[in-house]
Write a protein that binds this ligand. Structure first.
Ligand code: ZN
Length: 152
């Protein structure tokens, strides 16, 4: 039975949260392999990966206002200057944030990392909520599982 509503049809091109979190963890693991972060600090990669989609509340600015590097710089500047976070947390938060932008750049809507400068615009062919996104997520999980002994 079709239970979709208007709001579902109008749903924006939004990547699932778990896809963002898994990719954030994957990217964190790769950096961790080189930099040897304490594993607990991965939580800041997760936070970084969640922050950009807070602009969903402002529909017309979604994928814009928080999905760019300037916003990341402002957050880092404010939090580092006020002493709320240290350099390591800032680095891991950035990994999560960037991982979010990379994931969104694989979708048809894409992202403009220097918005309001509209170029370049990165976009891909992975439709959100599609079986392809699901496969992408499974592939990442398998990768993490296979390499976990090396990466973590
Ligand atoms: Zn997003």
């Amino acid at each position: 039975m079709y239970t979709g509503s208007n709001s579902e049809r109008k749903r924006s091109d939004q990547v699932q949260k778990y896809t963002h979190l898994i990719f954030a963890f994957l990217l964190f693991s790769l950096f961790n392999f080189i930099l040897n972060f304490p594993v607990y600090i991965s939580v800041f990669a997760f936070i970084g990966a969640m922050v950009p989609d807070l602009d969903i509340k402002v529909r017309s600015l979604h994928r814009k206002i928080f999905h760019n590097v300037w916003f990341l710089f402002i957050i880092l500047f404010v939090l580092l200057q006020s002493g709320v976070i240290d350099n390591m947390v800032a680095a891991v938060f950035s990994i999560g944030f960037i991982s979010h932008l990379i994931t969104d750049s694989l979708t048809p809507t894409g992202i403009m990392p220097f918005w309001p400068i509209e170029k370049p615009r990165f976009r891909g062919k992975i439709k959100t909520g599609s079986s392809f996104e699901f496969l992408f997520m499974i592939a990442m999980l398998v990768f993490i599982f296979v390499f976990s002994s090396v990466l973590l």
